[in-house]
Design a protein around this ligand. Structure first.
Ligand code: F6P
Length: 551
C-alpha cells in the first residue's frame, strides 16, 4: 500500500467502517440477519465458499469491492491473463493461467503461440508418463521403473508433493513416489535407502537449474545411481529434467528427450500445472492431470469474468486484506479436514508468503500497511488437539480457512463395533470448530450450566474469530485444481490491493549469496578475519570444532 492508496477514499471509507463495526461480535451480526449464513456464500468451479463467519456487515463487501475497483483489480486481472509484464521488477509476464488454457485458444508472445507450446509439452509429458506407468520404459538393466524421486525445492517441490499427496487416491500404487528437497544429505539417503537404482527414475526439477540445493542433490543422486549401475550412460535411462535452462540440463547429462520445458513466464510457486507436475502426472496418469488443469481453468474463467462481489478468489483475497489490515490479524490458518491435503498448508505458505511478503510497492515506495499474513496449518482434526486452544482462548486473532468434503475417498459406515461414521465425525468437527470460534461461549452460559464461579473465566470462549469454510463434493483432481487456482488468485488480489509485485522474490537472494561465501569457509582454512560479524564468526569456529571427527 503506498501512501497514495492508504489515503484514497475507498481505504478511508473502510477505516471509518471498521471504526463503526469493529467492536461488533459475530453473535450480533448473525442475530441481526437470520439469513446471513444462507446469503454470504459463493460457488465456483465445484467449490462452495461460506464467508458469513467473517466480521463484516451488509456494507463491508461493497466497500471492499470499491477498494478493489480503485486499485484497478479488474484491469490487473485482464493484464495478467493477457501476458502483460505484471512481474514488474523482473519485467516478466505471470502466465500460469496459460498452462491450463484449452488447446486451440492461442495466446501469442513474440510470434509464438504459447498455448500450443504448453500443449506440446503436455503431450510429451503424457507420452513419457504412460511409458513409465505401463512399464514400457525400461531402465539401464532392462527393469521397469518402480520408484520415482522428484528432486527440487520451493515451487519445484511443494506443488508436486502437495498434489501427489492430495491425489494419492488416484495414483498407480505400484509406482512409489518420493520427494527430495532439503540439501540435508539425510533427505536423499532416506529416499534412496534400499532402492534398486535400476528401477529408480530421478526427475530433477529446477526452473533455473542453478539452485544450489537441487544441484547438490542431483549430483548426489547421480553418484548413488552410478554406484549401482556403473556406466555413465545409464543416466540417460534414469534421469529426467524439468527446466527453463536446457543448456544446464544438457551439461548435467540429461537426455534432451527426457527434458521438459518451462518458460520464464511461469513463476516457481505457480508452476504446478507445468511440466513441474510431471511426477504428479506419472502418479495419477495424464487423464487425471488434465482434470486438474480443467479445475484450474474453471476457476480462472470465474476469476476473469465474475464481478468482484460474486468472485470467489477476489472475495477471499479482499477478506484476507480486511482481516490483515483492519482487524489486525497477522496470521492465517489453513485447516483442511481431509487427510490427503496434509501438505496444502506448506504449499500455501510459499504461494502466499513468497508472493506477498513484500515491504515496498511496485514503484519501490514503502508499503504503509501490513502485507502478507503468516500462513500455517495442519489437517483437522489433528490440529484441534494441539494448537486450537490458542485459536479459541489465546489473545490473538487468527482467521481460519476450513476445507472439507461431502464425501470421503475412503468411506466406512458406522457399525456395531464402530458407532461413529468417521467422515461424519470429521465434518462434525469442522462445523463445530468454526461455530465455536465464531460464537464462543459466555460466562453467563457457563454459569447457567453450573460451572463453579472460580472457573468460569477459564471456561469462557470469547468467540468472534473469523473463518471461511470451503466445501466440495469430493477431493478429485478437478477440485484440487480449482482450490489451487482459487488461492493463487486470492493471493494476486491481495497483492493488487497492496500494490506490490506478487511475482518476484528478491528477499531470498541475500541468504543465498552469503551461504555461497560461507560454504567455502567451512571447508577451507580457518580465516581469522572474515567479513562476518562476531556472532557468525564464533558460530563458524564452533561448527568447525564440532565438525572435527575425533579419534
Ligand atoms: O529461492 C526461492 C526460489 O527461487 C523459489 O521462488 C523457487 O520456487 C525455488 O527457489 C526453486 O527454484 P528453481 O526451480 O529455479 O530451482
Amino acid at each position: 500500500m503506498n501512501a497514495a492508496t492508504t489515503t484514497q477514499p475507498a481505504w478511508q471509507a473502510l477505516l471509518t467502517h471498521y471504526r463503526d463495526i469493529g467492536s461488533m461480535h459475530l453473535r450480533e451480526f448473525f442475530a441481526a440477519d437470520p439469513q446471513r449464513g444462507a446469503r454470504l456464500n459463493v460457488q465456483a468451479a465445484g467449490l462452495y465458499l461460506d464467508y458469513s463467519k467473517n466480521r463484516i456487515d451488509a456494507d463491508t463487501i461493497g466497500l471492499l469491492a470499491e477498494l478493489a475497483r480503485d486499485c484497478g483489480l479488474e484491469q490487473r486481472i485482464a493484464a495478467m491473463f493477457r501476458g502483460d509484464p505484471v512481474n514488474t521488477t523482473e519485467r516478466r509476464a505471470a502466465l500460469h493461467t496459460a498452462l491450463r488454457a484449452p488447446a486451440g485458444r492461442p495466446l501469442w508472445r513474440d510470434g509464438v503461440d504459447i498455448v500450443a507450446q504448453v500443449h506440446d509439452q503436455l503431450d510429451r509429458m503424457a507420452h513419457f508418463s504412460e511409458q513409465i506407468r505401463d512399464g514400457h520404459w525400461l531402465g539401464h538393466t532392462n527393469r521397469r521403473i518402480r520408484h520415482v524421486i522428484n528432486i527440487g525445492i520451493g515451487g519445484s517441490d511443494l506443488g508436486p508433493v502437495m498434489a501427489y499427496e492430495a491425489l494419492r487416491h488416484y495414483s498407480q500404487r505400484e509406482i512409489d513416489l518420493r520427494f527430495v528437497s532439503n540439501v540435508d544429505g539425510t533427505a536423499l539417503a532416506e529416499a534412496t535407502r534400499g532402492l534398486d537404482a535400476g528401477e529408480t527414475l530421478f526427475i530433477v526439477c529446477s526452473k533455473s537449474f542453478r539452485t544450489r540445493e537441487t544441484l547438490c542433490n542431483a549430483h548426489a543422486a547421480r553418484a548413488w545411481s552410478l554406484r549401482q549401475l556403473h556406466t555413465p550412460n545409464s543416466t540417460a535411462r534414469h534421469f529426467a529434467a524439468v527446466s527453463a535452462n536446457t543448456e544446464a540440463t544438457a551439461a548435467f547429462g540429461i537426455n534432451p528427450e527426457q527434458t521438459f520445458a518451462l518458460w520464464d513466464w511461469v513463476g516457481g510457486r505457480y508452476s504446478l500445472a507445468s511440466a513441474i507436475g510431471l511426477s504428479t502426472m506419472i502418479a495419477i496418469g495424464p487423464a487425471h492431470f488434465r482434470d486438474m488443469l480443467a479445475g484450474m481453468r474453471a476457476m480462472d474463467e470465474h476469476f476473469l469474468q465474475e464481478p468482484v462481489e460474486h468472485n470467489m478468489p477476489a472475495l477471499l483475497g479482499l477478506l484476507a486484506v480486511w482481516n490483515n489490515d483492519f482487524l489486525g490479524a497477522s496470521t492465517q490458518a489453513v485447516l483442511p479436514y481431509e487427510q490427503y491435503l496434509t501438505r496444502l498448508p506448506a504449499y500455501l505458505q510459499q504461494l502466499t508468503m513468497e508472493s506477498n511478503g513484500k515491504h515496498v510497492t511496485r514503484a519501490g515506495l514503502p508499503v504503509r500497511a501490513n502485507t502478507s499474513p503468516i500462513v500455517w496449518g495442519e489437517p483437522g482434526t489433528n490440529g484441534q488437539h494441539s494448537f486450537f486452544q490458542l485459536l479459541h482462548q489465546g489473545t490473538r486473532q487468527v482467521p481460519c480457512d476450513f476445507i472439507g468434503f461431502g464425501q470421503s475417498l475412503n468411506p466406512s459406515t458406522a457399525s456395531g463395533d464402530q458407532p461413529d461414521n468417521p467422515h461424519d465425525l470429521l465434518m462434525a468437527n469442522l462445523f463445530a470448530q468454526a461455530q465455536a470460534l465464531a460464537f464462543g461461549k459466555t460466562a453467563a452460559e457457563w454459569r447457567a450450566e453450573g460451572v463453579d464461579d472460580a472457573l468460569v473465566a477459564h471456561h469462557v470462549l470469547p468467540g468472534n474469530h473469523p473463518s471461511n469454510t470451503i466445501l466440495a463434493r469430493k477431493l478429485t483432481p478437478h477440485t484440487l485444481g480449482a482450490l489451487v487456482a482459487m488461492y493463487e488468485h486470492s493471493v494476486f488480489t491481495q497483492g493488487v490491493i497492496w500494490d506490490i509485485d506478487s511475482f518476484d522474490q528478491w528477499g531470498v537472494e541475500l541468504g543465498k549469496v552469503l551461504a555461497d561465501q560461507t560454504v567455502k569457509e567451512l571447508a577451507g582454512p580457518d580465516l581469522a578475519d572474515t567479513r562476518h560479524d562476531s556472532s557468525t564468526r564464533t558460530l563458524i569456529r564452533r561448527y568447525r570444532q564440532l565438525n572435527e571427527v575425533l579419534p
